[in-house]
Design a protein around this ligand. Structure first.
Ligand SMILES: NC(=O)c1ccc[n+]([C@@H]2O[C@H](COP(=O)([O-])OP(=O)(O)OC[C@H]3O[C@@H](n4cnc5c(N)ncnc54)[C@H](OP(=O)(O)O)[C@@H]3O)[C@@H](O)[C@H]2O)c1
Ligand SMILES: [Zn+2]
Length: 355
């Protein structure tokens, strides 16, 4: 199963709306004869790749797979039938598929066909690997990571607004890799006006994550690196109050636009879940970040901490007002993972509860 999970992780950032899945086939004598993983949505499922590699040697053998095999006709035929036809006699799975079209029915189908099914092997690792997928299926929203870069004294910009660069090259590269694991990167209009950001993974993910701007007023520059479709696709989301002239300007630039029922983080995430997005990265300023957090749109925080002091009472901090009046209600996580990255540190926190 460890091998299957390792294979599954090779699909990181490319499988949405599907989960990451890895599979291994052992022949009747226990020798590894096939392996596969789900490389991207629309590509063959992990089990099918592993079974094809094993060929006739799968007959009488065992399939070890990180997620329950599917039993419905999606973009590909159901894997349960391929497993049965291949002559597999035993299936070992780490977790059931939370997708309501499967949800245990895949395992029932295998048992009904006379196969032995062993569940619950390395379930925690498998769940952790696919928790963004599980989160989207359960909540109807992609899992959200909120990222910021700050000085040790908690500032994200100088009092004059300058913020490039707080972190060093190694941490910026770490952020590119983080983007590569996400389906979208989200900022607010203010960040576009202030920074003209590129927001790509610098080629680490193909296709690049969707760059998303959430803006109420659509007072956005005519020229911005985000408008260049050669670098990555961009979507501008806004509410019903967005001025008609500004909408027309964006349309003329050829930028994709989405009107939400309300210009709120949760509305945006529900729209992105409908596009099949499992994981998004918030790279916005403090007010939008606080809004996203308050609306349950953030499950993880990634803070790049630079060994610098910026000072300034009016200088920006990572988070706007969360409306807290009691420390007991402050969002928290049980374990802060701190690791060095070049001259900086990276702190990662999984917020309780739910994950
Ligand atoms: N150090 C870091 O990690 C980091 C990261 C990101 C940004 N920054 C800095 O932060 C500054 C930008 O700050 P900002 O606060 O203007 O950031 P922002 O990311 O642009 O967020 C605020 C903007 O989001 C839009 N928005 C849409 N719906 C909203 C909602 N429901 N609630 C709140 N906002 C909503 C509004 O855009 P419209 O005004 O267009 O309507 C609003 O002005 C820049 O100087 C940038 O350098 C630093
Ligand atoms: Zn399948």
């Amino acid at each position: 199963m460890r091998r299957a999970l390792h294979l599954a992780a090779l699909g990181q950032g490319r499988t949405s709306p599907n989960p990451m899945v890895g599979a291994v086939v052992l022949d009747a004598g226990g020798t590894l004869v096939g392996e596969g993983f789900h490389a991207r949505a629309g590509a063959p499922h992990a089990e099918v790749g592993a079974l094809r590699q094993a060929g006739e040697r799968a007959r009488g053998g065992t399939l070890v797979v990180s997620l329950e095999p599917c039993c419905h006709h999606g973009r590909t035929p159901p894997c349960t039938e391929e497993v049965i036809d291949a002559g597999i006699v035993r299936v070992v799975v780490a977790m059931t598929d939370p997708d309501p079209r499967v949800a245990g029915a895949g395992l029932s189908r295998l048992r009904a066909a006379g196969l032995e099914v062993i569940e619950g092997v390395a379930t925690d690792e498998a769940w952790w690997l696919n928790r963004a997928f599980v989160h989207r299926v359960r909540t109807g929203r992609p899992l959200g990571i909120l990222k910021w870069a700050m000085s040790l004294d908690g500032r994200t910009a100088l009092p004059n607004g300058k913020s490039q660069w707080i972190s060093g090259p190694a941490a910026r590269e770490w952020v590119h890799r983080l983007r590569a694991r996400c389906d979208a990167v989200i900022v607010g209009g203010g960040t576009v006006r202030a920074d003209d950001p590129l927001l790509t993974s610098r080629g680490r993910r193909d296709p690049e994550p969707l760059r998303v701007v959430l803006s109420r007023g659509l007072d956005l520059p005519e020229q911005a690196r985000l408008w260049d479709p050669a670098a990555a696709p961009t979507l501008v989301a806004h509410g019903p109050e967005a001025p008609a002239a500004a909408r027309e300007r964006l349309d003329a630039l050829g930028v994709e636009r989405l009107e939400l029922t309300a210009c709120e983080p949760h509305q945006l995430l529900e729209a992105l879940a409908r596009r099949g997005f499992n994981r998004v990265l918030w790279e916005c300023g403090p007010v939008l970040a606080a809004g996203a957090l308050s609306q349950g749109c953030v499950q993880d925080v990634a803070a790049v901490i630079a060994p610098k002091l910026l000072g300034g009472v009016p200088a920006r901090t990572p988070l706007g007002d969360l409306g807290l009046v009691d420390l007991a209600n402050a969002p928290f996580g049980r374990t802060l993972r701190l690791e060095p990255c070049g001259s900086d540190w990276i702190g990662q926190l999984n917020l309780q509860p739910g994950g």
